[in-house]
Design a protein around this ligand. Sequence first.
Ligand code: SF4
Length: 228
Amino acid sequence: MATAPALRLPDVETMGAEDVLRWAHEQFGDRMCLTCSWQRQSSVLIHMVSELGLDVPIVELDTLVLFPETYETRGRLVDRYGLKLQSFRPIDAPDKLWETEPDRCCHIRKVEPLERALAPYDAWITGIRREQALTRANAQKIEWSERYGVWKVQPIVDWDVKRVEAYIHVNEIPYNPLHDRGYPSIGCIPCTRAVAAGDDERSGRWAGSNKLECGIHINAPLIKESND
Ligand code: SF4
């Protein structure tokens, strides 16, 4: 666990997404990255960073079991915005571990690669939003992550899904087509399914189990981490 370095925070809660990004870029410069899951939040933030002219490294966690549509969306965004993508993949992920130990599977395919990805950085831009889940209801626009030892920058944490959709529509940004086929939230193929209109946004993730998060956005690890 890392304690927060001194940082004079403005009243970020009153700042719009673009101002949060500008402020964070002034603070952290090239020591800040943006992680992309190629869901619609990624489309919004990639466009916003590009419009602001901020040079922010783009990082993806490729679990190797993402939907073809997700990889295709990645390709369209990379081409349109000229992204130089840093891709982090799992080391020795056992096949079908999601069936027996989903928390360990998420650790191997997402958490450990994220730890590697964040190692050179002091700040991490994410696209999470408060309305996505109770586990995210208290997320802040800027908050310290003891677990990863970075500042989390969450410019659209107060946006609802309609605002995200409108931003994408108005700006004609490429987005993951699965969102139009009943997938409000998109993760790995084995653990994501379509939901009925009006269902909870993340109800198609790990459906039928108590699992709500892959573990990258919560402070306590879901499994005991080895010190090896
Ligand atoms: S979402 Fe499923 S397949 Fe993907 S890393 Fe987690 S348990 Fe494994």
